[in-house]
Design a protein around this ligand. Structure first.
Ligand code: ZN
Length: 135
């Protein structure tokens, strides 16, 4: 499977505080925030060349980001790999016995399709697969 790093997801307690570092101190270019209702998160993407940093703030206590923060605190949450065909990628991983969180893709930010691979199959890292539908 051919993949490039689409973005790195970082869990933060407060988007405003996080932007003070990532946008203001580092000087990364920020995109409009987006609520991903299905995940109960507010996301902010900051461009870094062909990749991006995704800042994730929970919008509800039962959000996966809130649970992650409660257990591990703020920090790196996932690595997202961009693939051309997410359905084909998931099928390929299934045949290789990889443990998936999402057997079928679901809607992600910016009209993309996403699916997560379980960290137990990825040596402790939550991997997100992304298929971009635009650009
Ligand atoms: Zn992501």
């Amino acid at each position: 499977m051919k993949a490039t790093i689409d973005h790195i997801g970082i869990a933060v307690a407060d988007l405003g505080d996080a932007l003070a570092f990532y946008r203001d101190a580092l000087g990364l270019e920020v995109e409009a925030p987006e609520e991903v209702a299905s995940q109960r998160v507010r996301a902010h993407f900051l461009r870094a060349g062909d990749s991006a940093i995704e800042l994730l703030e929970a919008t509800a206590e039962d959000s996966p980001i809130a649970k992650f923060m409660a257990k591990r605190g703020a920090g790196m949450h996932h690595v997202a790999l961009r693939v051309a065909d997410i359905v084909a990628a998931l099928a390929e991983l299934k045949t290789r016995g990889v443990r998936l969180i999402d057997g079928t893709p679901r809607p992600g930010a910016h009209g993309s399709l996403v699916a997560f691979v379980h960290p137990s199959s990825a040596h402790g890292v939550l991997i997100e697969l992304v298929e971009r539908r635009e650009k």
